[in-house]
Design a protein around this ligand. Structure first.
Ligand code: CA
Length: 293
C-alpha cells in the first residue's frame, strides 16, 4: 500500500516537471498544468488539482472523483514523516472502493467515514511510524439534484449559486468553535496562529463523528471542495469573486490555485471544482470511469 500510495501521490503532484498535478476523472491521465489551464481535465465541468505549495516539499493532500456516485473527495493528511500522506491515501482508497459498492449517497458517505476511520486507526496501531496520523476529509455525492456533504476536520465545501457563495461545512477546529461561541471574529480567526488545531478528524481516537448535510443544487451551481491550503490563503470573499466570474471550471480552479500560491502557498493546496448540469448529471459524469486505489 505504501508503494501504491507513493505512486498516486506522485501522480497528484505531477509527473511532467510541473509542480502542479492534475488527475483526470478516470484517474489515469496525468496532465501537465504549467502554464495554467493547459491542464484541462477531459471533463468540461470538472477540474481537480493539487499542489504541494511554495513552502512544503511533500504533498499530504489527496483528491478523488468517483463517477459511479457522482462523488468528490478531498483529504488533507497530518502526521510525522510521511504518515499524513498515508492517512489521506487510506481514506481516499476507502472512498473509491465503497463508491462501487453503495448506491445510496447518504449511506455511501457514512460508510466512507467509518471505513476511513477504521483503516487509519488500524494502520496507526500496527505501524509505529504511522502512530498519531490523521486526515481531514470532505466528501460530496450527488443524487439527482440533491448534494450530500460529509466532513471531518477543516477541509471545506463551498457552493456557488448565482452571485452568492455559501460555505457548506464548519471547521472542526478549536478556533472555529471559539468563533461560534462569539469569542473571536471570523477575521481574527483567519489569522489566528492556532487555527489549524483540530478537535475532530479521521484518525483521532474513538468513533468518527462527521457532520453531514444536504443541499439542493441547480444547473450552473459550482461546488468547490478544498483543503485549508486554499482557504487559509484566500478569504471567502476572494473565493466568491473567482467562483462567480466567467470562465471554465479549469480556468477558475487554476485561478484559485495560483492566487493561493501567490499569497504565500504555505501549505499544500487542493481544489476540486464541479459545475452542475441536469442533462449530463442524470446519467453520470460523461467520459469518466472509476479510479481504483
Ligand atoms: Ca493542510
Amino acid at each position: 500500500m505504501r508503494k501504491l500510495g507513493r505512486i498516486l501521490s506522485a501522480a497528484t503532484r505531477g509527473l511532467c516537471g510541473s509542480r502542479t498535478g492534475a488527475l483526470s476523472p478516470d484517474g489515469a491521465s496525468i496532465i501537465e498544468s504549467s502554464p495554467p489551464c493547459q491542464a484541462a481535465t477531459p471533463h468540461p465541468r470538472l477540474c481537480a488539482i493539487t499542489d504541494s505549495g511554495i513552502v512544503r516539499l511533500s504533498n499530504e493532500d489527496t483528491f478523488r472523483i468517483a463517477p459511479e456516485q457522482k462523488a468528490f473527495f478531498v483529504a488533507d493528511g497530518m502526521g510525522g514523516e510521511q504518515s499524513g500522506e498515508i492517512a489521506s491515501f487510506i481514506a481516499a482508497e476507502a472512498f473509491m472502493q465503497l463508491s462501487t459498492q453503495i448506491r445510496s449517497a447518504p449511506e455511501f458517505l457514512c460508510c466512507v467515514f467509518d471505513q476511513a476511520q477504521n483503516r487509519v486507526l488500524e494502520r496507526a496501531k500496527t505501524e509505529p511510524a504511522c502512530a498519531g496520523m490523521g486526515t481531514a476529509v470532505v466528501a460530496a455525492a450527488l443524487d439527482g439534484d440533491l448534494l450530500y456533504i460529509g466532513h471531518l476536520g477543516d477541509a471545506r465545501a463551498y457552493l456557488c449559486h448565482g452571485d452568492g457563495l455559501v460555505r457548506l461545512t464548519s471547521d472542526h477546529s478549536t478556533i472555529a468553535r471559539a468563533v461560534l461561541r462569539g469569542d473571536l471574529s471570523w477575521e481574527e480567526a483567519r489569522l489566528h496562529p492556532g487555527r489549524s488545531t483540530l478537535y475532530k478528524a479521521i484518525g483521532f481516537e474513538g468513533q468518527a463523528e462527521p457532520d453531514f448535510s444536504s443541499v439542493r443544487v441547480t444547473p450552473g451551481d459550482r461546488l468547490l471542495l478544498c483543503s485549508d491550503g486554499l482557504w487559509d490563503e484566500l478569504p471567502d470573499s476572494e473565493i466568491k469573486d473567482v467562483l462567480t466570474s466567467e470562465g471554465t471550471v479549469c480556468e477558475l480552479a487554476h485561478i484559485l490555485l495560483n492566487r493561493a500560491l501567490a499569497a504565500g502557498g504555505h501549505d499544500n493546496v487542493t481544489v476540486v471544482l464541479y459545475e452542475h448540469s441536469w442533462a449530463e448529471d442524470s446519467s453520470g459524469l460523461p467520459g469518466t470511469s472509476s479510479q481504483r486505489g
